[in-house]
Design a protein around this ligand. Structure first.
Ligand SMILES: Cc1ncc(COP(=O)(O)O)c(C=O)c1O
Length: 338
């Protein structure tokens, strides 16, 4: 199914496209990258990516503009975060310009799969690095693959109504662990908590700080922010949170365009009365309003729980306007490719 054949792309599923980008790191250097048709390949059964989780990834999107060109959003930030993840897992740091080149080549080769302008659909981009050189003992591989995969996607959570989330007794990250980098292990450890939340009728899980379990950290695969009654944009700051590129953009927009004071700090789970609207934010979830949080059997309902709150709505319009090119980008966040 090609993007332009889809009137509206529904959900966050994988659709195979024309090509996947592959680039190998071998004998201490990067070989040249190539686009391949197959989305399958073979690696050693002893690849450390399979046994010891030596892998990391990124998530960003390509947006089809009204004029047919394609926008990438803050791609250098994804490239730099990818480097931090690689460094933390003893993998070679791909130069920023090489990351960008691999992403651009993959998007352009799969341009037909970009959902039409005006449908809110996008081409999700998944850069990935895996340790493939065989190794039995614990340690880093000596050979790596950098891969870029794309897939047309719609909304991560289909229902536009605010979601209900629940806290978990489990953690996604340890206090001095890998929570601030985008490595598969963080997600492997968190799907169990997500599954429990879903079985209990919630749409997502809210993780608390792993040390004290008293402060809000992150929603499953997104950052958290709240808007207070005295009009402040409040978002947690913690070394075990993934530094969301979407949240970074929202902090700027909240301050510059909505005149909100931005505060990064502790948000205690038992003290949320000062927050009127809350949301999860990230590349996949965009801005997903949160209607209520359930913690230890008690539910806190935000004032704006029936529909997206007015500040989140404005932030969403500004952000998506810049991403799709209908609002001028004064920040240099957009890379347009053709
Ligand atoms: C754990 C986690 N937090 C936050 C985010 C949001 O980050 P970004 O806005 O860079 O997509 C993501 C998604 O990548 C995530 O997986």
């Amino acid at each position: 199914m090609r993007g332009k054949e889809m009137k509206k792309v529904v959900g966050f599923g994988y659709h195979k496209t024309n090509a996947v980008y592959m680039r190998r790191f071998k004998n201490g250097k990067w070989e040249s990258g190539k686009l391949v048709k197959e989305d399958q390949f073979s690696i050693s059964v002893m690849a450390p990516a399979l046994h010891y989780g030596q892998q990391c990834f990124e998530g960003l999107k390509a947006y089809l503009r009204k004029d047919g060109k394609v926008n990438l959003f803050r791609i250098s930030d994804n490239a730099r975060r990818f480097q931090s993840s690689c460094e933390r897992l003893l993998m070679p740091q791909l130069p920023v310009e090489d990351f960008i080149e691999g992403v651009k080549a993959t998007v352009l080769e799969n341009k037909d799969f970009l959902p039409p302008y005006g449908t809110e659909g996008t081409l999700y981009i998944r850069p990935l690095m895996i340790g493939v050189g065989p190794k039995l003992g614990l340690g880093a591989a000596d050979e790596f693959l950098f891969i870029v995969i794309v897939s047309p996607v719609g909304a991560y959570i289909g229902d536009p109504k605010p979601i209900k989330v629940v806290t978990s007794e489990y953690d996604r990250a340890a206090p001095f662990g890998t929570g601030d980098v985008k490595v598969g292990g963080n997600y492997a450890g968190s799907v169990f908590a997500l599954e429990i939340a879903k079985k209990e009728g919630f749409q997502d899980v809210l993780f608390l700080d792993p040390k004290t379990h008293t402060k809000i950290e992150e929603v499953g695969a997104a950052n958290f922010y709240g808007i207070t009654f005295d009009n402040k944009y409040l978002t947690p700051k913690s070394p075990s949170i993934l530094n969301s590129i979407t949240n970074r953009a929202l902090k700027t927009l909240a301050k510059d365009k909505l005149g909100l004071e931005v505060i990064e700090g502790d948000i205690y789970i038992d003290k949320m009365e000062h927050i009127k609207e809350a949301a999860a934010c990230g590349t996949a979830l965009l801005i997903t309003p949160i209607g209520s949080i359930t913690h230890l059997g008690k539910t806190f309902t935000f004032t704006d729980h029936e529909k997206i709150g007015p500040y989140s709505q404005q932030l969403k319009e500004l952000l998506t306007g810049i991403q799709f090119g209908s609002i001028a980008d004064p920040y240099g966040w957009i890379t347009t490719i053709n």
